[in-house]
Design a binder for this molecule. Structure first.
Ligand code: ADP
Ligand code: MG
Ligand code: MG
Length: 947
């Protein structure tokens, strides 16, 4: 086994600090991969496609993830730091790229390099591949993409077994059952992954599993008999039946030549890069398909030789809650697939302490070594063969938002990382998980508990039960709240898991597929819930003496405690919201609350870009300010038009055909608007407020059906016909590009005048009482300088008048939104008048792409599937198009007015990637909805630290 070379370990830790390793994951573009091969080719040397590791030495290291994949790079790294890793080699991701560019063929050099790799393993292990007389070298063939894609791709174990080598294994180990167990597993995995013998549409069980169940029923009358109770004879019989199944489904014989087996397995791993679930997964996590996967071929170690052996998965800390404890699970006498597949429920790692104290101590030592070396929480896989521990994988552990927060704060305290690293360790888009609702304390006391399981994904979720991923997805699509309930999940269930509010499984542990995926997606999840019986056939679930029908009955799951409740349990605010926004004293003592505050304080130290909020009411302003907003970036005045009976005055204003009538209606609105602004200015306590003048098309305010029209007619003392006529006149073919924005103020200057007056009178009132006010009046949808000039003239005139009337000085700005391409392109002209720009990226995206946000739902999915756009451009700024326009506007605007204030107020202001882009552009602030403020602050801090 690998010798522990201290020198190698030291050298490796110097050369490959964990940070560099982590960084290389996403940043290194595909080109970097190519660059590795190109010089080799140019210099006439043979390109290197195979990187070996073993016995304390490795060709690769942890920084080489783009080339070797995450698994391969870290196997090399672990070998270098002296951890016990079985020997093996990595076939690079370049070969995958080559494979797809050359009609699924390989570079000519590959075959010889693979053979040399196997020879190297034979030398280290002291066994021979395909040996029929002595213990043969058996192989694990494992996929390994740059970013880990848990369970997305396929692994084959025990490769090299056939009817002859299995006899040798049985003889040498003196363990016939073990030998045939391995062989049976191999035929099953190979049959599934390489030969494609899989569940047919409509089948609920894997065909090989059905064969096993049948045998158990025939021989033991017990479908649920533990696999470990099957005898050597049973396993032999299963091998026969499996081969027959392969022949029946594929028409081909199962390959017995080990080299042919290896060839098929390598091809299957490369092939799995393009399978449906891998594609779905990549799309969800924005992994480019050009990256490709590596293939790792590794000597097998055996966790299934008896009760001194086992396999497990562990985390150096709890990835669900973040607690610092040795967390994980293992199965005695089993190969690793059993743990991950969630077929058997494993035991917690701490049980190992009693059962194999030596192995436990070794694992605990490794746990510390890993964190010290990689400086992050590790998720690792191990096998114990006859009491000896082997490391099979390590990677930075996927974690919930809650855990990410706690890891970051505690590791900084322990001195493992500095505060800047800590800020970067919390993914901004996961931060809202810690703000997510929890179950209401009182409601929970009354709710009926129907089961408990392992808390695998924290949070509260409730929905109707669905037992199949497709049906769950369909129901969610129709707008139902859905909980996916499965005996266990497999990668095929991914779409259903994405669609569901939460996931509940009856079997499987905290490292089962369901738990892994839930953690990564931030889904509420409970695994291995006892007392829950699922019948796929009748589509029902029995629990706590009740029956729940698919698509009809609700349950609720608490993924923080692991409790399952009957019915819909109401939810309450998270600890942070209770503490921060409601001043709840109990919540403020909570660890999550304190960690959150610590993180936000670090963000404040790091940040340049300010975060403002989109808010229309004093309450929203207060919430946002509590979250750390530094003002309002967008106050939409029209939202106030709908409240109470003021909508009648608004309608009167719109319906007016004569100017005098309109003036009368507008005068009625003035006190309302003024009152709103007073409330907002007070709540802001001197922070700036960007207030946008009336923007939406007028018909949005009018009653469209005849009953509402006649009610209005009665109120306004006019005829229904008159109203219907006006509604008809205001109808537009394309309101998004119609009479809206500053075009309203151009046609009806009295509206602009009233709004300006309301703003300044409110400001004067608050200022007179000693309050500080900073209004920033914003004119929407400007494309021509003249549009802005006309509106600004009104605003300035009114400001003058009010200041004179009220005898008070008001510090204010007038600026514009940049939200049509013409505005961006003529920004230098516009900046002569505008004191600030605010990018309205919703409209700017619509008008730049010529794509209506409200109608894009029907085709954007196809665009994403065809990778025309990587992300929804209405959620994340399209940097190549819209982003360029923004850049032009920034440059031109600054040329005219160097100190121009720049912000963004579209939906994008709360999207981490877009926030980072805005930082790069050098904007003054981003603005987003109150509850996104922490996310934006974190993203802004990370952007500032990235330099
Ligand atoms: P995944 O990427 O899905 O985690 P892996 O390649 O890690 O797939 O393989 C899955 C499991 O197979 C591992 O957790 C481990 O238990 C087992 N396994 C992989 N390689 C070996 C090996 N060399 N010897 C024994 N078991 C192995
Ligand atoms: Mg693994
Ligand atoms: Mg707009």
């Amino acid at each position: 086994m690998p010798s522990k070379s201290k020198a190698a370990a030291k050298a490796a830790s110097k050369k490959a600090p964990a940070k560099a390793a982590a960084k290389s994951v996403k940043k290194a573009p595909v080109k970097a991969v190519k660059a590795v091969a190109a010089p080799a080719k140019a210099s006439g040397k043979k390109p290197k496609y195979v990187y070996t590791w073993g016995a304390g030495k490795a060709d690769g290291n942890g920084t080489m993830k783009p080339l070797l994949g995450g698994k391969g790079a870290n196997l090399a790294e672990m070998t270098r730091i002296g951890l016990p890793v079985p020997a093996g080699f990595t076939i690079t991701t370049e070969v995958c790229t080559y494979f797809y560019e050359h009609k699924k063929t390989y570079p000519v050099e590959l075959k010889a390099q693979i053979e040399a790799g196997v020879r190297n393993m034979e030398k280290i292990m002291g066994t021979k591949f395909g040996d029929k007389t002595k213990m043969p070298l058996l192989l694990a063939v494992r996929s390994g993409a740059r970013d880990s894609m848990p369970g997305m791709m396929d692994t084959i174990l025990n490769l090299g077994l056939n009817d002859e080598t299995v006899v040798a294994v049985a003889k040498i180990t003196n363990n016939e059952r073990f030998a045939w167990d391995c062989y049976r597993r191999f035929v099953q995995m190979y049959g599934d992954v390489v030969l494609g013998v899989q569940k047919l549409p409509g089948e609920d069980h894997e065909p090989f599993e059905t064969v096993i169940s049948n045998l158990k029923v025939e021989r033991y009358q017990d479908e649920h008999l533990a696999d470990s109770l099957l005898t050597a004879e049973d396993q032999k019989d299963l091998v026969c039946r499996f081969k027959a199944l392969v022949k029946e489904r594929t028409g081909k014989n199962f390959p017995s030549d080990p080299w042919q087996q290896l060839d098929g397995a390598v091809g299957a791993v490369f092939g799995s890069w393009m399978n449906d679930r891998a594609i779905v997964y990549r799309r969800k996590y924005n992994i480019p398909s050009e990256w490709g996967t590596a293939v790792n071929v590794q000597a097998m170690v055996f966790g299934n030789t008896g009760d001194e052996s086992g396999s497990g998965v562990a985390f150096t800390r709890d990835p669900a809650t973040g607690e610092k404890m040795f967390y994980g699970e293992f199965l005695i006498n089993a190969q690793g697939e059993d743990v991950v597949a969630g077929v058997r429920t494993p035991e917690p790692v701490k049980e190992l302490k009693k059962q194999m104290p030596k192995a436990y101590a070794e694992l605990d030592r490794i746990r510390t070594t890993l964190e010290k070396h990689f400086k992050d929480v590790q998720d690792f896989e191990f096998t114990i063969q006859a009491g000896v521990v082997y490391m099979l994988q390590t990677r930075n552990g996927k974690r919930t938002g809650l855990a990410a927060l706690r890891f970051a704060v505690e590791m900084e305290k322990e001195g493992l990382i500095d505060w800047k690293t800590a800020v970067n360790r919390v993914p901004a888009d996961q931060l809202d998980q810690v703000l997510a609702p929890i179950f209401d304390r009182d409601a929970v006391k009354k709710a009926k508990v129907i089961g408990t399981g392992l808390p695998a994904g924290p949070g509260a979720a409730t929905g109707k039960v669905y037992f199949n991923a497709e049906r769950a997805e369909a129901a969610a699509h129709k707008g139902e709240k859905v909980l996916l309930v499965r005996i266990e999940t497999s990668p095929e269930d991914l779409r259903g898991m994405i669609a569901a509010e939460g996931i509940l499984t009856a079997r499987g542990g905290v490292s089962s597929h369901a738990a892994l995926v839930a953690r990564q997606m931030g889904k509420v999840c409970i695994c291995g819930a006892s007392g829950i019986e699922i019948d796929y056939h009748t589509k029902t679930m029995n629990a706590g003496g009740m029956t729940f029908k698919e698509g009809e009955d609700y349950i609720s799951i608490d993924g923080t405690s692991g409790t399952v409740y009957a019915g819909e349990v109401p939810t309450a605010d998270s600890e942070i919201i209770q503490g921060l926004l409601r001043g709840d004293a109990i919540a403020k003592k909570g660890a999550t609350y304190k960690n959150f505050i610590k993180l936000m304080n670090w963000c404040a130290d790091a940040t340049k870009l300010q975060v403002r909020t989109n808010a229309d009411t004093p309450k929203q302003v207060q919430d946002a300010v509590s979250f750390g907003a530094s003002g309002i970036g967008l106050c939409r005045t029209e939202h106030m038009f709908f409240e109470g009976d003021r909508i009648d005055a608004v309608r009167e204003m719109i319906l007016a055909e004569k100017k005098d009538d309109r003036l009368a209606a507008v005068a009625k609105l003035l006190p309302y608007q003024k009152g709103d602004f007073v409330g907002i200015f007070k709540a802001l306590k001197g922070l700036p407020a960007t207030i946008r003048l009336l923007d939406p098309p007028l018909h949005e305010f009018l009653p469209q059906d005849s009953t509402a029209q006649s009610a209005l007619a009665e109120k306004l003392k006019t005829s229904v016909d008159q109203i219907a006529k006006r509604v008809h006149e205001l109808h537009e073919q394309n309101p998004m590009l119609g009479h809206r924005g500053c075009r309203l103020g151009i046609s009806f200057p009295e509206i602009t005048e009233m709004q300006a007056r309301a703003i300044f009178e409110a400001a004067a009132e608050v200022a007179k009482k000693g309050g500080k006010v900073k209004p920033e009046v914003m004119i929407p949808l400007v494309g021509f300088k003249k549009e802005l000039d006309l509106q600004v003239a009104i605003v300035n005139r009114v400001a003058e008048e009010v200041q004179k009337e009220k005898k008070v000085k008001i510090d204010y700005l007038v600026g514009t939104m940049i939200e049509v391409p013409r505005g961006a392109i003529t920004a230098d002209e516009i900046a002569h008048t505008a004191q600030f720009f605010s990018f309205g990226t919703n409209d700017l995206t619509q008008t730049t792409l010529g794509m209506s946000r409200d109608d894009s739902g029907s085709f954007l999915k196809d665009y994403q599937e065809n990778e025309i756009v990587k992300k929804n451009p209405f959620a994340t700024i399209d940097q190549g198009g819209v982003g360029q326009l923004m850049q032009i506007a920034v440059e031109k605007g600054r040329k005219t007015r160097p100190d121009i204030k720049l912000g963004i107020c579209g939906e994008h202001g709360g999207d981490p990637d877009s926030v980072k882009f805005c930082h790069k552009l050098g904007l003054t602030y981003v603005s987003c909805s109150p509850f996104r403020v922490p996310v934006a602050r974190l993203a802004a801090a990370q952007a500032a630290l990235a330099k």
